[in-house]
Design a binder for this molecule. Structure first.
Ligand code: SF4
Length: 378
């Protein structure tokens, strides 16, 4: 079993937003465990040093890169993917170390399966979710409520889900998991992304009025007991700060300015955007849809800008633009720099595991149940 190293954790890393006070002459560029000194490595030396550190580690290291990573980082990834694909890669990887270039919940999931702060994941606090469960249980038979949590959630939320008979889902398989949940119970508590839950439920034929939103800051989530009893899906009031930015007005504008363009949106986008788009696609689904379209097809894409730009560069037979004319970047993913990658790799070469991600045994046990339920539905 390998060690999971994340260069994803915004709370423990020095991000790119650090003040340039670290340029003290006595700090040697990039030596040892201290990340600060890696900020002094000149840009033109980064590629060679990363390549050399990776070569030294050889088969001992596998680098996983999420599609939303910047080009300077993802070019070193052995495998690119969305959170689901990378979790499978992590589970199968034979290297002694996995360096996960993604956000924290992804590295946690990989660690759970294998035995890297995301605004959305942080919106479902375990204490709030437990309080919600206890309020729901005061009104309903809790055995008939099946929690379903998006992969983009903390290990604690995945563990809660597993402990209460529920499953993890991703944007690719959310409908299959919700179908399974309705075979096992009568209602779904969908965590932590309101939009993915609503978009998926609606496409499954569940009317909007049977999907209520649970606001953790209000009694009964801001709902009446009657509305809760009548609901089929209870949507946690959380969202992705990147995908929430897309608007139906942007869809209208892009259609006006680019007649014939196809619009594809990630299901984390709000309902009105998903309805206005020609297609909905998970991260991998977006890539496949554009790749499979006839040469010359123009696309406006509602997802993170690094992936959109990369598709525009790599798929030269297609024109790919962002739905949002201002930059729509995942700031937590963007905190990973080539310096972070170099820091992790060179330290591994020295036998130092920096920024190790691990999940405690109890959390791992229950979260694994929820992840395994999802994997059994593949
Ligand atoms: S794109 Fe959204 S959900 Fe994905 S990591 Fe960034 S903030 Fe989290």
């Amino acid at each position: 079993m390998g060690n999971l190293v994340s260069i994803s954790d915004s709370s423990t890393l020095i991000g790119t937003d650090q003040p340039p006070t670290l340029r003290a002459p006595e700090i040697e560029a990039g030596v040892g465990c201290d990340f600060d000194s890696y900020l002094l490595v000149p840009d033109n030396a980064l590629d060679d040093r990363i390549a050399a550190a990776k070569a030294r580690l050889g088969q001992n290291v596998v680098i996983l890169g999420h599609h939303y990573q910047r080009d300077e980082v993802i070019k070193f990834a052995d495998f690119r993917g969305d959170s689901l694909k990378l979790s499978f890669q992590a589970a199968q990887a034979e290297g002694r170390y996995i360096v996960f270039c993604g956000v924290h919940f992804m590295a946690e999931s990989a660690d759970i399966l294998r035995h890297a702060g995301c605004s959305m994941a942080d919106m479902a606090d375990i204490g709030q979710v437990e309080a919600c469960w206890s309020e729901l249980s005061s009104l309903l038979d809790s055995h008939k409520i099946i929690p379903v949590t998006y992969m983009n959630s903390t290990a604690a939320i995945k563990a809660f889900t597993g402990e209460h008979g529920g499953s993890v889902c991703t944007s690719s398989n959310a409908a299959a998991v919700m179908n399974w949940a309705f075979e096992s119970g009568e209602k779904v508590l969908f965590l932590p992304d309101e939009h993915l839950g609503r978009n998926t439920g609606f496409r499954m034929g569940i009317p909007l009025e049977q999907m209520i939103v649970w606001d953790p800051y209000q009694e009964y989530g801001g709902n009446t007991p009657e509305a809760i009893r009548n609901a089929r899906v209870i949507l946690w009031k959380g969202y992705c700060s990147v995908h929430q930015r897309f608007t139906p007005q942007q869809v209208e504008r892009v259609r006006r300015e680019h007649p014939g363009i196809r619009v594809i949106a990630h299901p984390e986008c709000r309902f009105e955007v998903a309805q206005a788009a020609d297609q909905i696609g998970s991260t991998e689904g977006i890539i496949k849809a554009i790749e499979a379209s006839p040469a010359g097809t123009e696309w406006a894409v509602g997802t993170e800008i690094h992936l959109v730009n990369r598709l525009g560069k790599e798929l030269r037979n297609h024109k790919v633009i962002s739905l949002d004319p201002s930059v729509c970047v995942c700031t937590t993913m963007f905190r990973i720099t080539p310096q972070h990658l170099l820091w992790a790799l060179e330290n591994l070469g020295e036998g130092n595991v920096v920024n190790r991600i691990s999940v405690d045994e109890r959390t791992r046990h229950h979260a694994r149940l929820a992840l395994d339920r999802m994997l059994s539905l593949r």
